[in-house]
Design a protein around this ligand. Structure first.
Ligand code: CP
Length: 310
């Protein structure tokens, strides 16, 4: 694995390898790399979870993080994303984590830059590390994917999380259903649509999506109060969920819009567990990228290599 830009690049075997590797990641204080590594976290869009969990993951792996703030960087003098990335490569960054509003930006850089690129979300394209932490969270719960019924519900059209998760879950054998208002259906996603009222009665996982207002056109603006009752997870709908079913959401959550605020931390919710798992999943991706280049070693190798994939 040279880069981590699209979940579609991974086979079911590789996905399971990364899920199981995530499970083995912890903070034992040992740097697993033979050489000093530097991370460039290039966030051109707002982020709390992804940015901070990459930071924690990198520090837990003993990696130095190069400070980059878009607002005070030379991008404000007109420097392109490519030149910014090339600058990081030139000054010794070992890999780049990039979030950008333009679809395919991570892939474009991966084709132009000689260090590994990790996609931390590109426009409405993909969010593969969010996908991995979601897969890991589902695996923790059910220990398998084959035959699970999973509904992805909400702003499908504008969601990179929906795209990555739908493909990966299908690859792993889950039955994926999409649920949203008609205007947010996405014809490029070849999955069955289902009303949320039906999904809650039949699905093992209800994966909600944030309403992505920043990507909506003016005429798309929605009435938030009626959205919850029509399309969101209300307490009434949650009461119809299967006993073993779980609620997920990549967050940030619009409380009272996609989900009733009281459900965010209810017994069936795994929303904060997803965030916790984000650190391990990102550690796994970074570790795996450098493991395949032969520059990792130590306790992590002993812990992670022999029995990751059964
Ligand atoms: N889930 C997610 O990507 O959150 P952030 O935008 O806060 O990183």
């Amino acid at each position: 694995m040279d880069h981590f830009v699209s979940i579609k690049d991974l086979t079911d075997y590789e996905l399971m390898h990364l899920i199981k590797l995530s499970d083995k990641m912890d903070n034992n204080g040992d740097a697993p790399f033979k050489e000093q590594l530097f991370a460039g976290n290039l966030f051109f869009e707002p982020s709390t979870r992804t940015k901070m969990s990459f930071l924690v993951a990198e520090r837990k792996l003993g990696i130095e993080v190069l400070d980059f703030h878009n607002e005070t960087s030379s991008t404000k003098k007109g420097e392109s994303v490519y030149d910014t990335a090339k600058t990081f490569e030139s000054i010794g960054a070992s890999f780049l984590v990039i979030r950008h509003p333009v679809n395919n930006m991570a892939q474009q850089l991966a084709e132009q830059i000689n260090i590994p690129i990790i996609n931390a979300g590109d426009g409405t394209g993909e969010h593969p590390t969010q996908c991995l932490l979601d897969l890991y969270t589902i695996y923790q719960e059910f220990q398998e994917f084959q035959g699970l019924n999973i509904a992805i519900a909400g702003d499908i059209k504008h969601s990179r999380v929906a795209r990555s998760n739908a493909y990966a879950l299908q690859t792993l054998g889950a039955n994926v259903f999409l649920s949203c208002k008609k205007e947010w259906q996405d014809k490029s996603l070849d999955f069955t649509y289902m009303e949320l009222d039906q999904a809650v009665k039949t699905c093992d996982v209800i994966m909600l999506l944030r309403v992505q207002e920043e990507r909506h056109k003016q005429h798309d603006r929605l009435n938030k109060t009626s959205y919850l009752s029509q399309y969101g997870l209300t307490k009434e709908r949650a009461n119809n969920m299967l006993n073993h079913a779980i609620i997920m959401h990549p967050a940030p959550v619009n409380r009272g819009v996609e989900i009733d605020s009281e459900l965010v931390e209810c017994k069936q919710s795994r929303i904060f567990k997803q965030m916790e798992n984000g650190v391990k999943a990102r550690m796994a991706v970074i570790y795996h990228l450098f493991q395949s280049r032969g520059i990792s070693y130590g306790n992590y190798n002993q812990k992670c290599q022999p029995s990751i994939v059964q």
